[in-house]
Design a protein around this ligand. Structure first.
Ligand code: ARG
Length: 570
């Protein structure tokens, strides 16, 4: 049971007893419970102001009437203060009960079954063919991967989709470039970098020789027409890109259930166009076909270009229909940069106009801000690009150097450096609300003392070390030993963890979990500095060890849910 539930139950009982005529919605009362800024004011507080009108009574009077009816073994007392009813938990029962519940969940504290029978599609990472994986694609990858783990944890079926950018005239140009200047060996060896070099060269040479553009177009036409040679080269480019990306995915532990990208929808375009026509939604504009969105304050959504080609939006409309048919999703999330806000609003609106009401209710653009590196904006044009594999390699090296210095005797330093280095990057990306821009800085990401991945991982390793040193303890825990302020503050955070999991899912904000896990780590360290874990008193020691074990499991789970590994030693 989580903390809000404990108090909400007692509150609802008391509210019913005090106002038998009133028709309260139990969930609404539960939601209104607040955490007071100062724990001396109570562990949770119920503001009575909103009920004042309905009950025709002053908030303090309402609070007083309900206070009399609070009776629960987990609640010590309820005090009236102004218009608030402040709850104080019975520390020993609450702390002991929570620690035991956490341990009984066997590493699954806060997991749920509310998602059973429901499917969530998550479109994330969605890289582009023939482009190297750079840090502009870090956020979508990290956020999407974390959301997938969070929804899995709540019992949903999740479908991770890498909607590959594998369609467009640029691929015709790539083939033309390859035919002119490329060689099989070079591309095999150089990988995606070789491909993007060819592409850059194409643009340079095309400035001198415009005929190249025609060649590019001709090759693209051949891809479109299913020409064997064109397709085999194109598919080979795709393979090379994915092999490169897989290296990064492996390092990050990221997986997908589907790689159906833009080209997957080639044979599904007619349905979209026919349906739009049949529903009288297509209008001609300058030889192109569009859906007018003026009444909703948006520019028209371009469906077919003048030359007959379909567009990014057309493909996203087809993809949405396909996903609904195939997965019957409860939600479809698009983890894509904020810049594509208009694109998704247009696509969702067109689907709605087509009569698919679910588009408005079930599809969501999970937008995120821009990333810069050490204070500098990234730009392909200016040549200021940071590739993700370079960044991750540097992270491991830097972590290794720190570990060599701090704990030279550590066994398997490479493994720990990998966990800490990679973890520091993901954690940094997921620490703030996703819409905020991120400036990636090494001194912040890898700081062992701040609110960072290494700090939380270090706390996890500290718990492991305490438990290792204690060995087997046979005494029954005496939970009276967990009633001090530090233990209480820590255990309250454990009791709120299940709420953080749900909050993260509801708002598509992994940072809710990053924060909750960091707060637990901070509170444990505070507890650790104030109290000895192993004392002369066996019952006391057993209780503090049980708490340490519970903290270790919850931190480990929190790290997992945001996509980090948890090192046992650091
Ligand atoms: N490939 C696109 C990009 O890199 C992102 C695709 C996002 N997903 C989608 N269904 N449109 O900008």
């Amino acid at each position: 049971m989580d903390m809000r539930e404990i108090i909400a139950q007692a509150l609802n009982k008391a509210a019913k007893a005090a106002f038998p005529e009133a028709d309260f919605e139990p969930a609404a009362l539960a939601r209104a419970l607040e955490i007071p800024p100062d724990p001396a004011m109570g562990d949770m507080a119920f503001p009575c102001f909103a009920l004042s009108r309905q009950l025709r009574m002053g908030p303090p009077q309402i609070a007083a009437k309900m206070a009399g009816g609070i009776s629960d073994p987990l609640i010590e007392r309820a005090e009236v203060k102004g218009g608030y009813l402040n709850f104080f938990l019975a520390r020993e029962a609450f702390c002991g009960g929570t620690v035991e519940n956490v341990l009984a969940s066997k590493g699954h504290w806060g997991a749920g079954t509310e998602g059973e029978g429901k499917t969530v599609c998550i479109d994330y990472s969605s890289i582009n063919i023939a482009k190297r994986f750079h840090i502009g694609h870090l956020s979508t990858t990290a956020i999407g991967h974390s959301l997938k783990r969070i929804y899995d944890y709540l019992g949903y079926r999740t479908v991770g989709i890498n909607h590959l950018g594998d369609w467009g005239t640029q691929f015709g140009k790539m083939i033309a470039a390859y035919k002119h200047w490329g060689s099989k060996e070079e591309v095999e060896q150089g990988g995606v970098q070789a491909l993007s070099d060819l592409y850059v060269r194409f643009h340079k040479e095309a400035e001198e020789d415009p005929a190249l553009e025609d060649e590019g177009r001709a090759w693209f036409k051949r891809i479109e027409d299913g020409d064997a040679e064109a397709l085999s080269i194109f598919n080979w480019f795709k393979e090379i890109t994915l092999k490169d990306a897989d290296r990064v995915y492996d390092i990050l532990g990221v997986t997908f259930d589907s790689y159906a990208g833009e080209s997957f929808y080639n044979d599904k375009m007619d349905r979209v166009v026919d349906e739009l026509k049949a529903k009288n939604l297509l209008v001609e504009s300058d030889g192109a076909w569009v859906v007018d969105l003026e009444p909703w304050g948006m520019p028209p959504c371009l469906i077919i270009k003048r030359d007959g080609a379909t567009l990014y939006a057309t493909r996203d409309i087809a993809a949405a229909l396909y996903r609904m048919d195939t997965y019957n999703f409860e939600k479809c999330l698009y983890v894509v940069a904020y810049q594509q806000d208009l694109h998704f609003r247009q696509v969702f609106k067109v689907l709605e106009l087509m009569g698919y009401e679910w588009a408005a209710e079930r599809m969501q653009h999970v937008a995120f801000g821009m990333i810069s590196y050490e204070g500098e904006a990234l730009s392909t044009r200016k040549g200021n690009i940071v590739y993700l594999d370079d960044l991750l390699r540097a992270a491991q090296e830097k972590a290794l150097a720190i570990i060599e210095e701090k704990s030279p005797g550590l066994p398997d330093k490479e493994k720990t450096a990998r966990q800490v280095g990679i973890g520091s990057v993901i954690f940094f990306d997921l620490f703030n609300s996703r819409i905020k821009d991120i400036d990636f800085r090494w001194d912040r990401a890898l700081n062992f003392d701040g609110e960072t991945g290494p700090y939380v991982q270090y706390t996890y390793a500290r718990c492991c070390s305490v438990l290792r040193k204690a060995g087997e303890v046979n005494a029954a825990p005496d939970y009276a030993a967990l009633t001090d302020d530090e233990a209480m503050a820590l255990i309250k955070l454990l009791a709120l963890f299940p709420e953080a999991v749900r909050d993260a899912a509801l708002r598509s904000e992994p940072c809710a979990l990053t924060r909750a896990t960091t707060e637990i780590a901070k509170a444990y360290n505070k507890f650790y500095y104030e109290h000895r874990i192993l004392t002369q008193d066996a019952g006391e020691s057993a209780a503090r060890l049980a708490l340490t074990c519970a903290v270790k499991e919850v931190i480990g789970r929190g790290l997992y849910l945001i996509g980090l590994e948890a090192p046992e030693q650091m």
